[in-house]
Design a protein around this ligand. Structure first.
Ligand SMILES: Cc1ncc(COP(=O)(O)O)c(C=O)c1O
Length: 385
């Protein structure tokens, strides 16, 4: 079996499995906010995990807020930044058309509250149009309440110029939310060096338990609680902490630090795989290939061959890929990300996303290449070169 849907959800990584089994056997289990000895032990383990996460992400310990994942982090940032921005005359929200629906739907929600929602165009290579962003900032800097642009796209893997955007935002005192969900755990990331105000991620994208995540905030005291609760996470996120899950975040990030080098091999192998599939089928298109991408994502299309048909063929060989992001799998249409890039329906309907991770054996690409060749030959009634 080859699992090639890491961008949807990565399998729990081996270091986390090992840690978690032992942790469940050994305990202790208690409420981390309890003042008895077991509570203190649990709290200490959780806070040690926070320190490990902070170090791995180049953030301060106090800037790490544990939560349930990226969707929650994104919602909390919108809720906090846009709470009073209208009162200060800041009424514009800028995102791009390639953002995850967790961002787009928040922006649309705040549009109903009186904000002006502007969608930054994306170039054909999958990168947002920085020149237009610079113009918009120049024209309207006093009116922009927040800018939200992702670090890496979940479908194409294309890396966005988030450091440049952070500089632009910092120079103009505009809050910047960067959705780092598909970047953290795949590429080196330093919150401090990035200059970003708010970054979010989900544990299940990099080998930790699902239902866990991190919100990084440059100034956490600017955040409003989304879940009010009993003052946990310094009043920023109420509810008894999922301490076992948060411990796995630290283990998974430490595992990435240890094994991150494997991504270089994966990237080399991925580029060989892409070159070979294009050699066999010159019609094949790799979306976003001219731009910098995270090492382990390929978004490939054979114009005219439906992506879902390819997915079924690959699945019959025990290879699990998706046709676009998991959330839009039921729509047999060109995804909004590809539409934003100006991709035609003929290509857009044909895409298959292959996403691996540092635990994947390199030979996976050889097996995917063979299976994809068979699928294209069968579905396109053609012979490869
Ligand atoms: C770029 C991006 N942002 C946000 C999310 C939302 O993550 P979650 O569903 O774990 O909250 C995802 C998940 O696919 C994603 O890929």
């Amino acid at each position: 079996m080859i699992y090639a849907d890491y961008n949807g959800s990565a399998p729990i990584c081996d270091d986390v499995k090992e840690y978690f089994i032992k942790r469940l056997q050994d305990g202790p289990f208690a409420n981390p906010n309890a003042i008895h000895r077991l509570g203190t032990k649990v709290l200490t383990a959780m806070e040690n995990s926070r320190a490990v996460c902070a170090k791995a992400l180049g953030a301060k310990y106090s800037q790490v807020i544990f939560n349930s994942g990226a969707t929650e982090g994104i919602t909390q940032v919108f809720h906090s930044v846009l709470d009073k921005a209208l009162d200060d005359g800041r009424d514009i929200i800028i995102t791009s058309g390639i953002e995850h629906s967790a961002i787009i739907n928040c922006a649309k929600f705040y549009e109903t509250k009186g904000y002006v929602y502007k969608v930054l165009p994306t170039l054909g290579n999958g990168v947002v149009d920085l020149n237009i962003l610079r113009e918009w900032v120049k024209e309207n800097k006093k009116r922009i309440a927040m800018i939200s642009i992702m670090a890496a796209n979940n479908e194409t893997g294309v890396v966005q110029p988030f450091k440049v955007i952070a500089d632009l935002c910092n120079d103009n005192a505009i809050p910047f939310l960067c959705d780092t969900t598909q970047f953290i755990g795949k590429s080196e990331f330093s919150f401090k060096e990035s200059g970003i105000d708010y970054a979010v991620t989900s544990g299940h994208k990099f080998g930790a338990l699902t239902g866990t995540g991190i919100l990084l905030a440059k100034y956490p005291n600017k955040l409003n609680a989304l879940i009010i609760g009993g003052g946990q996470e310094k009043g920023i996120r109420g509810g008894t902490q999922n301490y076992l899950g948060y411990e796995t975040l630290a283990v998974a990030l430490a595992s990435f630090e240890k094994n991150g080098g494997k991504y270089l091999d994966l990237k080399i192998k991925k580029l060989e795989f892409e070159a070979e599939i294009k050699k066999r089928f010159p019609q094949v298109v790799i979306l976003g290939e001219e731009a910098e991408r995270v090492p382990s994502t390929t978004y490939v299309a054979f114009p005219g061959i439906h992506g879902q048909a390819v997915q079924i063929e690959l699945e019959s060989e025990d290879i699990f890929v998706t046709t676009s992001s998991a959330c839009s799998d039921n729509e047999p249409v060109t995804s909004k990300v590809l539409k934003a890039m100006g991709v035609s329906d003929e290509i857009g309907r044909g895409v298959v996303r292959i996403s691996l991770g540092h635990c994947s054996p390199l030979e996976s690409y050889d097996k995917i290449l063979d299976a994809l060749t068979k699928a294209y030959e069968k579905l396109g009634k053609i012979k490869s070169f």
